[in-house]
Design a protein around this ligand. Structure first.
Ligand code: CA
Ligand code: CA
Ligand code: CA
Length: 651
């Protein structure tokens, strides 16, 4: 099945049978007018001349979309289409959806169509974009194509629509298009031959460089009206519909030769950031009215020409995520240049690609980006020796949810772990664990705080300071289901950037990161399990012999990366700070047995309940404070011989 239910209940099923009563909203009689070009900036605050494509209000049901004109990004107005959720869908209308199109212009064959996407509801699972070659427009009848960005699947889709039932013709793969909701984008769909469909994405900050494109080939329809479109993916939903703000709609019939060979993809992304230590510069070029001369491609990196022998030039552009029933390879070129030197973290770089078509006309694209691979800043570290208790603090929450699995994502784990929780929590326990190495089966260890058993909907956050040397590190992570590893100013830093994460998939992979200076670095590891198997293993990998050791493995004291329990005693001669780790502070923790809720009296772990810091007394007066993974209360503060002794409790 290649169903891509743009118009049905989710991207994994086709379900539109319920519209048999045919509540037609709009029956379009297409008048065959071909208009060379149309453009609308909506600055007049009106959509006069546009035809709404919307569900209707019915007794007891609010289905009608709203069309409003918020401010745009240039002192004028934009065009917002909001489709309310169909809630419990009493009339079986399916997913909320709405659009607006120009009934006065039919485009056929060659065309180009674009819109700015100024905003979209990024917290809803939805799609937004363009419709083209649309005909027989109405509920359950519409035919044509959509070109959409899915903020749920982080993906671009070109979908063939038959009677409102979609089939994916082209896509880039889930989580391949990570748009920034604070940026504004331009979506452009075009065809030079009426069958090759190119859907390009631009950041409005750089309209010269399309950096992601879905490319498809389909001949089913090649004429119809075009317009704007939003679609609810979370179906059914009481709260999530679909909503986007568009501007600067342009449709045109290109003159002969006006759709030449073009750039479809650029990596690293224009004005963006790399996440790899050694990125490969990649350029996609698609043949259209003109064809690339692969002997005339020049790549420059920071002004330096890269000898052609160092480039890999493939005479096609590939779309491996396209469904197997549709074309995946297109003529043009994919140019690749692997960067083999480690660029300074945060450094800016510029690439240019110059390419000629077979008629000898040259074109150039230039774009800049920043090297921003995972990097641990020394300013976030504590001196080696600051902490004296090994282990991670691991807080587990589990939601029975009536035996029903919750959404399988780190976003859901965060909702469970929030204080107070945003999802009802059935079981919770906090433990000190030595390794992030567990399995629901109980081997080698149960999920911290749980009995061995078939639990669903678990989330665990684990925090520690990792002792890391300056330089490059490689870890291996094996995770079922999702994991994210974050490192910021301290273990609780809510803005800590990801060292690695895979918010929507399982993983068994390695990743690398650079450490600025020797030190103890705060990490927070978020793990979640929804259903089925459940495990987590986090290893360090030797860069010399590729051997693996579990992080903080007590049985391998020489090679294991040490993890230190994240309670820090800081001191300063001034109450205003700055506070730094108290030199010579020795921590001793108190623990209490954690008895498994469902397997009492079996002890499933130990919880740190408090402890004692012993600190050599300073010559002058000092202020102390304790920083922990949970709220800390100082119970007593005494001077014993030449030491200061602090007794504390952890909540
Ligand atoms: Ca405008
Ligand atoms: Ca139809
Ligand atoms: Ca699982």
């Amino acid at each position: 099945m290649t169903n891509n239910p743009t118009m049905s209940s989710s991207r994994s099923c086709t379900c539109h049978a319920g519209i048999a009563f045919g509540l037609v909203i709009l029956a379009l009689s297409v008048s065959r007018i071909q208009i060379a070009a149309q453009s609308f900036d909506f600055n007049g605050g009106s959509d006069a001349g546009w035809t709404h494509y919307s569900l209707l209000d019915l007794p007891g049901f609010s289905g009608a979309a709203s069309y409003t004109f918020p401010a745009d990004d240039s002192g004028g107005k934009a065009y917002r289409i909001t489709a309310p959720p169909t809630k419990d869908d009493p009339y079986g209308l399916g997913n909320a959806r709405a659009g607006s199109f120009r009934a006065d212009a039919v485009y056929s064959g060659r065309f180009t169509l674009g819109t700015d996407l100024l905003a979209w509801n990024d917290s809803w699972r939805q799609e937004a974009g363009l419709i083209f070659f649309f005909q027989d427009v109405g509920l359950g009848t519409s035919d044509g194509y959509t070109a959409t960005y899915s903020s749920d699947y982080k993906n671009l889709y070109i979908s063939l629509i038959n009677n409102e039932i979609p089939t994916t013709v082209a896509e880039l793969g889930r989580n391949s298009v990570l748009l920034d909701a604070t940026h504004r984008y331009r979506l452009v769909v075009s065809s030079h031959d009426g069958a090759t469909l190119l859907f390009q994405l631009f950041d409005k900050g750089d309209l010269n460089n399309s950096f992601k494109s879905a490319i498809g080939y389909d001949l089913t329809y090649n004429a119809g009206v075009s317009g704007l479109f939003v679609f609810q993916q979370e179906y059914p939903s009481m709260t999530q519909g679909a909503e986007a703000t568009f501007d600067n709609y342009v449709a045109a019939v290109p003159a002969a030769g006006a759709l030449p060979l073009t750039v479809t993809d650029l990596y690293p992304p224009p004005s963006g950031r790399t996440t790899e230590l050694y990125p490969a510069v990649t350029v996609g070029l698609l043949d259209r009215d003109t064809m690339v001369d692969t002997s005339k491609i020049l790549l420059y990196f920071d002004g330096q020409w890269i000898p052609t022998a160092s480039l890999n030039i493939d005479p096609q552009v590939h779309r491996p995520a396209n469904p197997g029933a549709y074309a995946r390879d297109f003529y043009g070129a994919t140019v690749t240049y692997p960067i083999t030197t480690l660029l300074p973290w945060g450094s800016k770089h510029t690439n240019s690609i110059a390419f000629a078509d077979t008629t000898g006309i040259w074109r150039t694209n230039t774009w800049s980006w920043t090297a921003a691979y995972p990097y641990l800043h020394g300013s976030n570290s504590l001196p080696v020796g600051s902490l004296t208790v090994r282990g991670f603090d691991a807080r587990m929450v589990q939601s029975e949810n009536g035996g029903v699995t919750l959404e399988n994502s780190l976003a859901r784990a965060r909702q469970q772990l929030a204080i107070p929780p945003q999802i009802l929590v059935t079981r919770t326990a906090t433990n000190i664990v030595q390794m992030l190495s567990w399995n629901l089966s109980g081997s080698p260890a149960s999920v911290p705080g749980l009995c061995t058993g078939a639990y669903i909907n678990i989330a665990v956050e684990s925090s520690a300071y990792l002792e890391l040397s300056a330089g490059l590190h490689r870890f291996r992570i094996h995770s079922d289901d999702r994991t994210g590893i974050y490192s910021g100013a301290n273990v609780a830093d809510p803005t800590a950037p990801a060292l690695w994460e895979n918010p929507n998939n399982t993983a068994d992979t390695t990743f690398e990161f650079l450490v600025e200076a020797d030190g103890l670095y705060p990490v927070r590891v978020l793990w979640e399990e929804t259903g089925g198997g459940a495990l987590l293993n986090l290893y360090s990998v030797s860069l010399s012999d590729f051997s693996e050791v579990l992080i903080n493995d007590p049985s391998n004291p020489t090679q294991a990366v040490k993890a230190w329990y994240p309670i820090v005693c800081k001191a300063s001669p001034s109450i205003a700070g700055p506070f730094t780790p108290a030199a010579g502070a020795v921590n001793a923790v108190n623990t209490a047995d954690v008895v498994g809720t469902d397997c009492a009296p079996t002890v499933v772990g130990q919880m740190v309940t408090g402890g004692t810091f012993t600190i050599p007394a300073a010559a002058s007066s000092q202020f102390y404070y304790l920083e922990g993974p949970r709220p800390v209360r100082i119970k007593s503060f005494t001077k014993v011989a030449s030491n200061v002794v602090i007794n504390y409790e952890l909540e």
